[in-house]
Design a protein around this ligand. Structure first.
Ligand code: GDP
Ligand code: ZN
Length: 361
């Protein structure tokens, strides 16, 4: 079942002193480190020096887990024992150097999108919902997880050279200590410089709204023989064949990339509560609107619109506020849709099981 590939060093897939020090403090010397490159319904796909293989966590780990954060996530380093060929057990989760999390509305639980990402490319393009506030939000998200953010302004082919300069000036003024790259995947401008800063053994991710060009850039970083959509085929302990989607990729330059669906959803505002916090003055004022369901866009006697007109509230911040509210509404809708989909899938499974019983497959 194990897929033996070119032997590598653990450092090549992101291992380092931080993890080694923590590993040394564990009692059992027989445990060896491996990195999680995919997860599917409680089954993990791991990578070490010699191979890719599936593994499960111990029952003990499951029972002592007090929250979702105690379970391994993609990017994590874990300590394993190889019981037999095809039977690998995850014994311990090594402490995380960094973590990218997502808080969901109304839930105390946080969802771990990925661990041990060193650098997050925060990407926007001028034809999408480009704005500095959005950069700010993504930057704080990365920084709160200890991840270094780097700004990427993509699709520079769509704006004039002077507009690029204006945007760069704005960005440099607002985000003084952040590296900024400009790219165009259409003309290729800036791609060489961008590629140069991708270092072997360093773990990266891309964060940004849909349509800004994340996939396009990622495709340029992945070498031909490492087709990104490549599925991982594996067998479970019982010999059941499974396929999983790879979420950690080795780039042409030796850099490591984590990309998964959760990452794609990040940045859309996760909760109305989050918007209320950031825009408290808007939220407070909205209580004075005539209609309780006021959208603050065209209603009469809207306290927010009145404040905009009189200049007591900032128009740019207002625009951002409205955008985020809309985005949040959309996000909530898609969540409901997802739930509906899950419900239907559950039904499908039930029916399928009945059929199996009926026909005794
Ligand atoms: P993602 O949703 O962030 O992964 O974005 P995609 O990579 O799928 O790109 C969205 C659209 O933008 C596609 O139609 C791309 O061809 C286009 N696109 C990506 N990069 C550029 C660019 O640098 N310039 C222009 N003009 N279009 C781009
Ligand atoms: Zn209003």
């Amino acid at each position: 079942m194990d897929k033996t590939i070119k032997k590598i060093k653990l450092q090549d897939i992101g291992y380092g002193d931080f993890f080694e020090d923590n590993r040394n403090s564990t009692v059992d010397n027989n445990l060896t480190p491996a990195r999680i490159i995919a997860e599917h319904k409680g089954l993990y796909i791991l990578r070490n020096e010699t191979s890719e293989f599936s593994a499960k966590i111990t029952g003990k780990m499951m029972f002592t887990a007090s929250s979702i954060e105690d379970y391994p996530a993609v990017g994590d380093w874990v300590l394993i024992t190889i019981v037999d060929v095809g039977q690998v057990i995850i014994r311990e989760l090594l402490p995380r150097k960094t973590v990218l999390i997502r808080k969901s509305a109304g839930k105390s639980d946080t969802q771990i999108i990925a661990s041990n990402i060193d650098i997050a490319f925060i990407i926007q393009s001028p034809d999408r919902d480009y704005n500095l506030n959005r950069f700010e939000r993504y930057l704080s998200l990365a920084e709160s997880g200890n991840i270094k953010p780097v700004i990427v302004l993509n699709k520079t082919d769509l704006i004039s050279a002077s507009d690029i300069e204006i945007k760069l000036d704005e960005l440099k003024t607002r985000f003084k200590n952040t590296d900024i790259y400009t790219t165009s995947t259409v003309t290729g401008k800036g791609i060489v410089d961008f590629k140069k800063n991708i270092k072997p053994g360093v773990t990266y991710c891309f964060i940004g709204s849909s349509g800004v060009g994340k996939s396009s850039i990622i495709n340029m970083l992945i070498s031909e023989n490492l087709i990104k959509t490549g599925e991982i085929s594996s067998y479970t302990n019982r010999g059941k064949h499974i396929t999983t989607h790879r979420e950690l990729f080795v780039l042409e330059s030796g850099g490591l990339l984590i990309d998964n669906p959760g990452m794609r959803e990040i940045g859309v505002v996760d909760s109305e509560a989050g918007i209320k916090n950031v825009f408290s003055e808007f939220h407070d004022l909205s209580k004075k609107c005539k209609f309780s369901n006021c959208t603050h866009m065209n209603e009469p006697n809207c306290a927010i619109l009145e404040a905009i007109n009189s200049g007591t509230l900032d128009k740019d911040k207002y625009d951002n506020y409205i955008n985020l509210l809309k985005e949040n509404e959309y996000n909530t809708l898609t969540k409901l849709e997802k739930r509906e989909k899950d419900r239907k899938f559950g039904k499908f499974i039930k029916t399928a099981k009945k059929q199996i019983k009926k026909y005794k497959f």
